[in-house]
Write a new protein. Structure first.
Length: 81
């Protein structure tokens, strides 16, 4: 088992497409594309590339490595909404 997995930031295979669950939607009409490239811990930890159109949703337990100029994210820590 390799400890490091290289993630292709421009994968050639078709992504899984999804919409947010209605109870998680805050504003807009976001849609998501996921190019999963690795799974571990019984598929509890997934690694790959994720793309989203503008909108706002409640997120549950995501850890993101943000690439500069590609994505902006914040996690709701109980304040506000």
């Amino acid at each position: 088992m390799a400890l490091l997995t290289t993630i292709d930031t421009n994968p050639a295979f078709t992504p899984k497409e999804a919409l947010p669950l209605p109870e998680r939607l805050i504003s807009g009409t976001p849609s998501f594309k996921t190019w999963a490239q690795d799974a571990s811990k019984g598929e509890k930890v997934l690694t790959g590339v994720w793309e989203a159109t503008p909108g706002e949703t409640h997120s549950i337990g995501h850890y993101l490595r943000v690439l500069p100029h590609h994505f902006g994210s914040h996690r709701n820590r109980g304040e506000g909404r």
